[in-house]
Structures are given as C-alpha cells and as structure tokens.
Design a protein around this ligand. Structure first.
Ligand SMILES: O=C(O)[C@H](O)[C@@H](O)[C@H](O)[C@H](O)COP(=O)(O)O
Ligand code: SF4
Length: 606
C-alpha cells in the first residue's frame, strides 16, 4: 500500500534534492561492495593481527572468505543506566554467532555521555559534539576492514545518532542496532518534576529532591520518559535497524536476551556471503528517513532529532530539511501521550501496544512507506507485531493488537490526541527555529511578550532567585549555539519557567541552544539559526523588544521597526569561560567548524 500522496510528494522532493549526493554515495558504496569479502584484501600480517586472540577454529574460518565475521561496536559504560546492561552483550553475541557458524569480535568502543549527569553542567558543552566523535570512533574500529556486518550497541541521545552516521558511512556493511531496553517504572516523571519545582521554590530540601530523583532513576535501562534516547529506539525500529519489537523490552529479561541473540543470527544472515545481503546504505533510503520523521511526529519525539536526523540522513547522501520535517508535521497526527507529552512512560506505552500498534496504525492510514527494506527483510508491515518469548526460548511475534490496550496513551488514527505532529519549524526576522508543540497546551501555542535577554542559563536562574522575572516575557538566552559553546541543552530552565507558567505568567523561551527531549510544557523556540556568535539577528534583540512566537502559523518575530532593528550593532559575549574546563579545550576545533543547526550542527557535513 503506497503512502498518502502528500507524504509521497515530500519524499519525492527529498529524492530530487538529494540526487547528486545520493548517487555519489551509492557509487562509493557499490564500489566497496564489489571488492568482495573485505578481509580477503588484507595481507597475512594484517589478518594475523586481526585474529590473533581468536580460537584456532575461528582463525581457520576467518582465513577463508566463507565464514562471516561480525564487528561489534559497543558504547558500554557503567555510568549510563541505559548502557550498563551492554557489559554482557558481546559474550551473548559471540555465543550466538558461534552457534550460527559465524564469528564475532568487539571491533571497538565509543564514548557515551549521559545528558542527565551533565545537564546544567559544563560537560553538557561537549554533548552535541560527542555525536560526531562517536561516529569517528566507530569508524576507527571498523577501519580494520575485518568485518562482514556490524552490530551496534547504543541507546542514548548522541550515541545512536553517532552510530547511525558510522553505519551509513560504512554503508557497504549490513548493520543491526541492538538496544538494552527501558528501566522498569519508578517514581512517575510528573511527580519528579513537581518535587523539582518545590525545591526551586525552597519548599523542600535537597534530601527530598535527591530521594525523588533516585526513585525516578533507579536501575539499569533507559530512563522512562520519552526523551531523545527513547526517540532513538523508536527511530531505529521504524527505520528498520532493529529487529521487530526490540525497542522497549526491559533489560535482564529472557525476551531481551532472545532478541539480542536473534539479532546476532540475523546479522550473519544478511551479509554478502548469504542470499539476503542488506548493506545499510542501500537499506536506508529517502523513504526510511521519511518514516523516521513520521514516527517522531506521531510520538511527540525529541526536538534533538531536528539536528540528529538531518545529520544521519546526510551520512547516506540524503538532504533532509526543517521544512520537510515541518510539512510532515502538518500531515501526521499525534498518537502517543508519553511524558513529557503525557503522564505515561515508555513501559506503559509498550504495554498499551507499543511500536507494533503505532506502526500498524500509521501504515493503515498511509502515513508510512511500507515498501522499505529492513534488517528483517522487505516491508515495514513485518514490524506491526507484539514480541513474546516462545516456548523454545526464542522470539515469537504475534500480530499487533487491533485496538490500543490504553487509548489514553496510544490512540488510533481516527481519534488522535492532536491532528498534527509534534515538531514545527518557525521562520521570521530572526532566522529559523524549531518548536515542540506536543507537550505545550494549545492556549500557549502563541506567545507575544517583551524580551528578557540573557547570555547564559545561570543569568536567568539568578534573575528568578532575585524575583526579577515578573509578568509575561520571552526569555532570550543566546550565545548557546554550536560555535559559541557547543549548543548545550538548557533543560534546567524548564523548572524555573514552569513555575512562572504555573503561576499564570505567559512565558516562552527563545534560544540558539537546545532543549532536552524531556523538556516540554513551556513553549520554546530553539535551535535558532543563524546563531548569535555568527552575528545572527538574535544578537540584535534588546531587553524589552516585543517578541511574537506563533507555533500555529510557524513564525517567530521581533515586533520592532525593521530598519531600526537591522541597523543595530549585534551584541557580543565573553565566551572565554566556555573555552576551558571539563575537556572543552579539546573541542575548540569542533566549535570553530561546526555547521548550522538546520544542517545538523555537525563538524562532518557543512
Ligand atoms: O534529550 C534528552 O532526552 C535529554 O538530554 C535526556 O537524555 C537528559 O538526560 C535529560 O536531562 C533527562 O531529564 P532530567 O534532566 O529532567 O532528569
Ligand atoms: S536517557 Fe538521558 S539521563 Fe537517561 S541514561 Fe540516557 S542520557 Fe542519561
């Protein structure tokens, strides 16, 4: 069944726009594929180094070119709750590969930053750049040219985008993403947010706050709000990089392990040595990317993917724009209410029918391209399933439920929570920005108020503590772009702005920085480009200027005389504090060459 004609039209314009880059990309990919089993071009010395610690049987197997060798790229570390479970995955994958007649080796590790640990801290200024660094680090592992397919172990915010950039850069190899799954539900996310606001108002102490936070983030697995990490899982499933049903199964369960072993077997089956060769760069095309954007809108996914998905697509020679994302938002309905877009968490989402129900509904309405390749085979309809553990200990897949098990969390397409999706592009006389509307009440989709200008989030928090944030206002927090200080998330502002909004003030945020995928209820025009440090118009805004943020009509404007506004000298900021400390000195080259937000804010693509 073909997709809705409007979606087909947007896909067609992406294909047309991408043609020059995509054709060159596919030529390079096919040339790499034509060289046959990649390790066969290695000299004996190279090969001996490459399998020195393998068993004699594995060495004999790898010396030929009939046995497939899986490279594992892992982002394991003990600190990220979502990545700690990966400690045991390589052994599981090696065993499954061996049982299936193949070999598996950890090809390399990549760094994984927790944006929860660095939120509001200097380390957050490395976060966005870590995405491209992860792609580069994965490339170092894969550059040994020993592998016939790759299994990527990653979950969180910048890690899956970085690994996807690597997977598409090594697009001549099949790639399967293996998640660790969400932690079990703890203190509800809205209760966590409530205690934070009480602490910010001095109504509870640090002990109560830490107790609430620790009950919310309490064990292995991905944090249960629908932020960037869980948006990543949705994307990997709907784009066909996951095995069907893999996204939201809790770590340490038999079904989780069965999915991991199944992924290892499947990776061996889709190498060039088999009959279902599925190179990642051919599997992912413009339709897969559009399916990813559709999934973002239908679930109220993270604003960070207006940066990451653009960069991920670009790695495959596909040019995705904010207008594509915004136009799809006007078509695709919101079908999920998961925090911050509702009170449920991803475990409740999965129990309500999860990805299988979502994909079934979106396919049924023509919002998704079904005619896509995936790691599982041809056609996205194979993902409209409910994963179960079979008697034999393997994965058994039942059809997705016909009706949602909880219509308050997962709606059908006839009765969506919102007729349009979650992510809109805003344009106007200060450039372009994005806004996530799915978590903002409709009565706050248009805000017109005077500007209060800050050059960092500490300034805004200090003004709050001094009782200076009275009345309606648009907080302009600038010099937070990629070239200024690495484009940090300013999620800590959600608490303060949320308090003022709850008191009845009409407030909004306007920034060239980012917000967390977990940010939500305060209207925020973010990722403003051109950024302040590049002399963007945001640098010409002055205290008291009237600002109008209109998510309904997709505009963000400074309501000052155009000639006067254009004649102003842009403000400057002292960024020396952002150049040193917590490793920021190591990323000066990244700040110097980072591209604009609407091109993915990447150091890899202009
Ligand atoms: O984009 C995201 O989803 C966020 O970066 C998320 O990964 C981050 O960890 C938040 O900061 C968590 O929320 P709290 O800071 O509210 O715990
Ligand atoms: S979801 Fe965010 S807070 Fe949770 S482990 Fe991942 S990066 Fe850290």
């Amino acid at each position: 069944m073909s997709a809705d004609s409007r979606i087909e039209a947007i896909t067609a314009r992406i294909v047309e726009r991408s043609k020059p880059l995509r054709e060159r990309y596919l030529d390079r990919l096919r040339s790499a594929v034509s060289k046959g089993v990649h390790r066969s071009v290695l000299g004996c010395g190279n090969l001996a180094h490459g399998f020195a610690v393998c068993s004699p049987a594995e060495k004999a197997a790898l010396a030929g070119d009939r046995i497939a060798n899986l490279g594992i790229i892992t982002s394991y570390n003990d600190m990220l709750s979502a990545h700690q479970p990966f400690e045991t995955y390589p052994a599981l994958i090696r065993q499954a590969a061996h049982e299936a007649g193949g070999v598996a080796q950890v090809a390399g590790g990549v760094p994984a930053m927790c944006d929860g640990v660095t939120q509001g801290q200097p380390g957050m200024e490395l976060s966005l750049f870590s995405r491209d660094l992860i792609a580069m680090a994965a490339g170092v592992g894969l550059s040994h040219n020993m592998f016939d397919a790759v299994v990527y172990l990653g979950v969180c915010d910048k890690i899956v985008p970085g690994l996807t950039i690597a997977a598409l850069t090594f697009g001549h190899l099949p790639a399967i993403f293996v998640p660790a799954g969400p932690m079990t539900s703890g203190l509800p996310n809205d209760e966590k947010a409530r205690v934070r606001q009480l602490f910010a108002e001095g109504k509870v102490g640090r002990e109560e706050l830490l107790e609430a936070e620790s009950k919310s983030y309490h064990g292995p697995g991905t944090c249960t709000f629908y932020g960037t990490a869980n948006s990543n899982q949705m994307l990997m499933e709907i784009m066909g990089f996951h095995m069907p049903g893999a996204s939201f199964i809790n770590p340490g369960t038999p079904l989780r392990d069965a999915l991991t072993k199944e992924a290892a077997r499947r990776a061996l089956a889709i190498t060039a040595q088999g009959n279902e060769f599925t190179p990642a760069g051919e599997m992912i095309d413009e339709r897969s990317i559009v399916n990813g954007v559709v999934g973002l809108h239908a679930t109220g996914g993270s604003t960070n993917h207006t940066l990451h998905l653009v960069a991920m697509a670009r790695a495959a020679g596909i040019v995705l724009t904010w207008k594509d994302i915004s136009d799809l938002s006007d078509i695709v309905p919101l079908l999920a209410r998961v925090y911050p877009n509702g009170l449920a968490d991803v475990n409740h989402f999965h129990a309500a029918g999860g990805m299988g129900f979502l994909i079934k509904e979106l396919l049924r309405a023509g919002y998704l391209h079904d005619d896509v390749r995936t790691v599982y085979g041809q056609g996205l309809h194979a993902y409209a399933i409910d994963p179960k553990l079979g008697e034999d200990g393997n994965v058994r897949r039942e059809p997705a439920p016909i009706v949602s098990h909880d219509p308050k969390i997962l709606a059908n397409v006839e009765h969506p929570f919102q007729r349009t999706g979650g992510l809109k592009m805003l344009t106007g006389n200060i450039g372009s920005a994005v806004i996530k509307t799915s978590a903002v009440k409709p009565e706050r989709h248009v805000i017109e108020a005077p500007a209060k200008v800050f050059h960092d989030q500490a300034g805004l928090n200090a003004a709050f503590k001094a009782g200076q944030l009275e009345g309606d206002f648009v907080a302009v927090v600038r010099f937070q772009g990629p070239k200024a200080n690495g484009m940090p998330e300013l999620h800590k502002l959600t608490t303060v702005l949320g308090i003022l909004q709850d008191r009845g003030q009409r407030v909004a945020l306007l920034t060239d920085g980012r917000m967390s995928g977990a940010s939500g209820k305060v209207p925020a025009a973010i990722h403003v480009t051109p950024e302040a440090v590049d002399g963007g118009p945001i640098a010409r805004i002055r205290e008291g200027d009237m600002i109008r943020l209109d998510a309904v009509h997709g505009t963000v404007e400074v309501l000052e005389d155009a000639t006067t506004f254009a004649a102003r000298t842009p403000a400057t900021a002292d960024l020396t504090e952002n150049e040193f400390g917590m490793g920021r000195e190591l990323f000066a080259p990244f700040r110097a060459i980072a591209g604009p937000a609407d091109h993915g804010a990447s150091v890899l693509f202009a």
